[in-house]
Design a protein around this ligand. Structure first.
Ligand code: DGL
Length: 246
């Protein structure tokens, strides 16, 4: 089977945390990483602007000389909570999105206090409330908006110094103490945040379990790759018995 072409999209460098998870699963044969730095940070944009920018950026990537991809990964929670229906209506290839990993967060908490650390945009979304209701109803979930944390991760990737005080201020709303209980699980609801995991661990007022959404999205992409592989085999176009490589 020829290597599949995969487009991975984010507003900036955050999607690289998803690329690492894809590579760990040996997914990503011909991977094309697209970042909309001109629109960054998406957390500060209004809803229409986010959808328009994602559609235009994917359109440009699809129309480049390499042709249509086999699948697109929207490695950005802020974009996924809004733009997936429009992307799926526009193109036939599979579009995989990422959302804060609240299901495992609710499963893993002992104290019952869980936080979703997200961009200001994601914090406003109905989508997030529905996700909490559907997958984390048993936990007491705090939506903690971190308006500058994605930009801090971008700066860090560019080699700039991070202020530990500023970092502590950004994550403070995710740390709740109530009736003798403390937050013990924080779902990283933006793909930029795992890029700062070591710094987050240092800045946290007490130890918690941090949940990176990248593993779940990589699993989903592996399922999509498997389905494409089976479809090719059924059509008789599969020429090798190699495992699926999307
Ligand atoms: N990486 C992003 C996310 O997963 C977006 C950061 C931003 O552009 O504000 O939400």
């Amino acid at each position: 089977m020829s290597a599949k072409r995969l487009i991975v999209f984010d507003s900036g460098f955050g999607g690289l945390s998803v690329v690492s998870a894809l590579r760990r699963r040996q997914i990503g044969g011909r991977l094309y990483y697209v970042a909309d730095h001109a629109g960054f940070p998406y957390g500060a944009l209004d809803d229409e602007a986010v959808v328009a920018r994602v559609l235009a950026t994917i359109e440009a990537a699809v129309e480049d000389e390499e042709g249509a991809p086999d699948a697109v990964v929207i490695a950005c929670s802020t974009a996924s909570t809004l733009a997936l229906p429009a992307l799926r209506a526009r193109w036939e290839f599979p579009v995989v999105g990422v959302v804060p990993a609240l299901k495992p967060a609710a499963r893993d908490t002992k104290s019952g206090l869980v936080s979703a650390l997200v961009t200001a945009g994601t914090a406003r979304r109905r989508y997030l409330r529905d996700l909490i209701e559907e997958h984390a109803a048993g936990a007491d979930v705090t939506i903690a908006a971190a308006p500058n944390l994605a930009a801090m991760a971008e700066a860090f990737i560019r080699g700039e110094d991070l202020s530990s005080d500023a970092l502590a201020r950004e994550i403070a709303p995710a740390f709740v103490e109530r009736d003798g209980a403390r937050t013990d699980v924080v779902a990283l609801g933006c793909t930029h945040y795992p890029l700062l995991l070591d710094q987050l661990v240092q800045a946290a007022p007490w130890p918690v379990t941090w949940i990176d959404p990248a593993e779940a999205i990589a699993r989903r992409v592996a399922d999509v790759a498997g389905a494409l592989y089976e479809a090719e085999a059924a059509e008789g176009v599969l020429r090798s018995t190699a495992p699926p490589a999307l």
